[in-house]
Ligand binder design. Structure first.
Ligand code: FMN
Length: 158
C-alpha cells in the first residue's frame, strides 16, 4: 500500500546533496531553510529550482523579497543543516555569513553559492516548485559536500 511512510522511506533511497536556501526579510534580517530538493533546470536561460513545503514559514519571506541564495553545504556542516531545519527560531545565531547577491546570505565554508531571482512559483501538491533565474554564482575549491541518503548524513568516500 502506498502510505506516506512508505513514500518517504522509498524516496529516501534517492541520494542528494543539501543546500541552505537563504534570503532576508523586510527588515533585512537573514532567513533560511535546509533543502535537499534542489536541481539545475536550464542553461539558457540559466535556471535552478527547489521545492519548499507549503507549511514552510521561511519560503513566504523569501517569496516577498523575490530573491534567494542557494548555499551548497559542505561535509561538516550538519549542524548548520539541523539549525536551518527548525521552524520559528533564530537560525542564524552564531552562524558566520556575508551578504552575497541581492544581500542574501552566503554562509562561510560552503562548497558553492548561487544567487537567484524568483522567476516562477508552480503549484505541486503540498509543495511549491520555485524556479530561480541565476544572477551570479561561484564555487569553492577545497570543500567536500554534505550528502543525504536514507535519512542520514554522509560524506564522499576518500
Ligand atoms: C536534510 C534535509 C532536507 C530537507 N529538504 C527539504 C525540502 O526539500 N523542502 C522543504 O520544504 N523542506 C525541507 N527540509 C525541511 C526544512 O529545512 C524545514 O522543515 C523547514 O524549513 C522549517 O523551517 P521554516 O518553517 O522556517 O521554513 C529538509 C530538512 C532536512 C534536514
Amino acid at each position: 500500500m502506498l502510505t506516506s511512510a512508505r513514500f518517504r522511506s522509498v524516496l529516501g533511497h534517492f541520494p542528494s546533496g543539501i543546500v541552505a536556501i537563504t534570503g532576508r526579510d523586510a527588515a533585512g534580517a537573514p532567513a533560511g531553510m535546509a533543502v535537499s530538493s534542489f536541481t539545475s533546470v536550464s542553461l539558457d536561460p540559466p535556471l535552478v529550482a527547489f521545492l519548499p513545503g507549503k507549511a514552510s514559514s521561511t519560503f513566504p519571506v523569501l517569496a516577498r523579497s523575490g530573491t534567494f541564495c542557494v548555499n551548497v553545504l559542505a561535509a561538516g556542516q550538519e549542524d548548520i543543516c539541523r539549525a536551518l531545519a527548525v521552524s520559528g527560531v533564530d537560525k542564524f545565531a552564531g552562524l558566520p555569513w556575508r551578504p552575497g547577491p541581492h544581500g542574501d546570505p552566503v554562509l562561510e565554508g560552503v562548497v558553492a553559492w548561487i544567487g537567484c531571482t524568483i522567476e516562477a512559483v508552480h503549484d505541486a501538491g503540498d509543495h511549491h516548485i520555485v524556479v530561480g533565474r541565476v544572477d551570479d554564482l561561484a564555487a569553492g575549491t577545497a570543500a567536500e559536500p554534505l550528502l543525504f541518503f536514507r535519512s542520514r548524513y554522509h560524506h564522499l568516500a576518500a
